[in-house]
Design a binder for this molecule. Structure first.
Ligand SMILES: [Zn+2]
Length: 693
């Protein structure tokens, strides 16, 4: 299903693009207005610190001491003051900076003053989304037209024929997910990635060991599907039968799939790196039409397919039979209705919002303009960026940011040169890799040409189909050819407040949305600049070259071991020490941190701060208190419980309060600044501290 590969662009873990943050923003809620209502009311068990990302854990009475809980000490006043933006479930400074950029971009779409092909393309798509009269008069009609052939298929052959049509390939699930990206084994060429499609409960582990998050998702799916099926004339008991059939088959499939936890481990990429030829895919297509789907998607070529889960593909042959026809139809149909509800009429759209809020205990709500903007941004990310840059321009900041990045890289060079545990050979290669980093700041130098794409005269779903097919043609054209580094991936969202490191390109992307307050502004003090750019941000991203994941890639971005056996063992020992420590941390009752899931991001945080402190040493009269406070404040998060749980269970980034506390407690400068001693809650004995680089 191509369309949702665009909309969920960061879902595929195999692409290994490391984000500075990856907070879900689709679920929203307001903070309750009950701050300070009672002494320590709602405090949940947490060790060694309470989870101060949860608003119920922070009141005016919460104790804040730099030696006990540094994150709460530095951020308590702000946590008590800030609230979610209307309609969101999370507040952090990323959301503040993002909204600055999105307000400007939304204005461009609403005012429609710019001219040219891309502007027209954006306005036409925006108008289709915001035109509720037409959407209401179409009702569920387009969705019915797309999904009726699934319901009416009397045999597996009939269903397969339909799944191989263009519109089905765009909008419906077919058990596999295809994407084109730079090859992890040859970074000069593109490859086709072949992954399992997401299950209805997202994480395969939810089918054998259900969490609260799985319960929320199951309740959401059930409510949405019963309602949407009802709108298409299917009675509640029939809808529930379909849900049960789908769940039973997915339960069997889940046993063959990697869990979210397994996919977050740093060695997952090696398990998932199985190169196959089209001929080999054909051999795998006994009952399941794998080769036919690849060919119908225009992705048959002489090169390699990188298959993450061969066992799963083999298993599809066992279950893709006429005996399971009804269950297979149910999976396709349920996914289609739930995924497409957002493009139907007002009633379906509102029902989806209400159901999200009810099931995830949030108050997510977008204005029509916001909803249209976010969808346009997902569908036509690059043309929107081009329009934005044309209007607001950031060239001056861009040059300054490039220079700052080079300064941080220079500091890493010193840090690596002085390393005491790795062999000279390993260090020399690490420096070579460092020097090969490509910096992509603010926006690409070359934009993709969209002049072949127009959505004039289309209905909303027709427009989405045309846009999706445009990307598909672009992907097909890339196969076999060399990678063009001047163009950034079409889904790189530079309007986002974020930064990324791409292993397969050895490249850092600094999005222009990140070049806003409080992350970057003209009159920053040296302390603020080092805490933010050198430590929190650019330093963090550079560290991804050498974290437990990035260290598996060479200077050209290929998955290739460049370590001596001894150095690798020592590196692993240091990461294991970090994992063991993280495993002891309990954010709230019933859940502990999984070190192996978050160690790459935690190591990036620790090494980033290490770099910033190294830069600080060269400054006269450096104010460490100001530095640590700034660093801590940038990590502030206010999150509702379901988002926090999702972050803990399914995200490679540690929770916000841990990104301060675990990080600062590794450094002497923190102990000296706040006179932290043995017995204090923030204290770690020198021999227990983590120092990887
Ligand atoms: Zn990161």
């Amino acid at each position: 299903m191509f369309i949702f590969q665009i909309l969920k662009k960061f879902a595929a873990i195999i692409l290994i693009i490391c984000l500075l943050l990856d907070y879900p923003i689709a679920l929203g809620s307001f903070i309750s207005d009950t701050f300070g209502a009672g002494e320590n009311e709602g405090l949940s068990a947490g060790s060694p610190w309470i989870d101060s990302d949860l608003p119920e854990n922070v009141t005016a009475f919460s104790e804040s001491d730099p030696r006990e809980d540094y994150h709460l000490y530095a951020g308590k006043d702000i946590l008590l003051q800030k609230k979610y933006l209307e309609g969101y479930s999370i507040w952090n400074y990323y959301s503040d900076a993002s909204s600055l950029v999105s307000d400007r971009a939304m204005k461009l779409l609403a005012e429609q003053k710019q001219t040219g092909h891309n502007a027209e393309l954006l306005y036409d798509t925006y108008d289709l989304l915001i035109d509720w009269d037409t959407r209401n008069s179409n009702g569920m009609g387009e969705i019915k037209r797309l999904t009726d052939p699934v319901l009416n298929a009397d045999s597996l052959d009939e269903l397969t024929d339909y799944l191989l049509t263009e519109e089905a390939l765009v909008f419906l699930v077919n058990f596999i997910s295809l994407s084109v990206d730079i090859s992890i084994n040859d970074s000069t060429h593109y490859a086709v990635y072949l992954d399992p499609e997401d299950l209805l409960l997202d994480d395969a582990a939810e089918y054998s060991s259900r969490t609260e998050l799985g319960d929320m998702t199951a309740a959401y799916n059930e409510k949405m599907f019963v309602y949407l099926a009802g709108r298409l004339g299917i009675g509640e008991s029939e809808a529930r039968d379909m849900l049960e059939q789908a769940r039973d088959l997915e339960e069997k499939m889940s046993l063959k799939l990697s869990t979210a936890e397994e996919m977050m481990r740093d060695d997952y990429i090696e398990t998932a790196n199985n190169e196959m030829s089209f001929k080999e895919l054909e051999k795998l297509s006994v009952n399941f039409p794998l080769a036919d789907i690849v060919e119908a998607s225009g992705l048959k070529y002489d090169g390699k397919y990188i298959v993450s889960d061969q066992d799963y593909l083999e298993y599809l042959n066992e279950i893709y039979t006429d005996e399971n026809l009804e269950a297979i139809k149910s999976i396709v149909y349920i996914n289609a209705l739930i995924d497409l509800a957002a493009y139907a009429d007002r009633e379906a759209y509102d029902f989806e919002t209400d159901t999200t809020n009810e099931c995830y205990d949030s108050s997510y709500w977008y204005t029509d303009e916001e909803n249209a903007y976010y969808t346009v941004k997902e569908l036509l990310c690059e043309p929107l960026q081009e329009l934005y840059v044309e209007e607001y321009g950031v060239d001056e900041d861009r040059k300054e940011m490039e220079e700052l990045c080079l300064g941080v890289i220079e500091c890493y060079r010193e840090m690596l040169s002085e390393n005491e545990w790795a062999s000279q050979e390993t260090i020399d290669y690490a420096i070579k890799k460092l020097d090969s980093i490509r910096l992509c700041v603010a926006y690409p130098d070359k934009w993709t040409d969209y002049s072949d794409l127009s959505v004039k005269g289309c209905s909303l779903l027709e427009a989405i189909e045309k846009i999706t097919m445009f990307y598909q043609r672009m992907d097909c054209a890339r196969l076999g050819g060399e990678v063009d580094n001047e163009c950034w991936a079409a889904e790189t969202d530079v309007l986002d407040c974020n930064a990324y490191y791409s292993n397969s390109e050895n490249t850092i992307f600094i999005c222009l949305g990140m070049m806003e307050e409080p992350f970057y502004y003209k009159d920053m003090s040296t302390e603020e600049l080092y805490a933010s750019v050198a430590g929190f941000w650019v330093g963090h991203e550079i560290s991804h070259c050498f974290d437990s994941n990035g260290a598996r890639y060479d200077a050209e971005g290929n998955l290739r071991d460049w370590w001596s056996k001894e150095d690798k063992a020592e590196f692993r020992r240091r990461i294991d020490k970090l994992d063991d420590y993280l495993d002891t941390i309990v954010p709230f009752e019933g859940y502990h941190v999984n070190g192996k899931s978050v160690d790459t991001e935690m190591l990036a945080d620790i090494t980033g701060l290490q770099c910033a402190l190294r830069m600080a040493k060269k400054e006269k009269d450096f104010d460490y208190d100001e530095f640590f406070r700034k660093y801590s404040v940038l990590n502030l998060v206010i999150s509702n419980y379901s988002s926090e749980l999702e972050e803990l269970l399914q995200d490679q980034h540690p929770l916000g309060y841990l990104r301060t506390n675990v990080v600062v407690q590794q450094f002497d400068e923190y102990y000296e600044t706040y006179d932290v001693k043995e017995g204090d809650n923030m204290y770690l004995a020198p021999e227990d501290r983590i120092k990887v680089w």
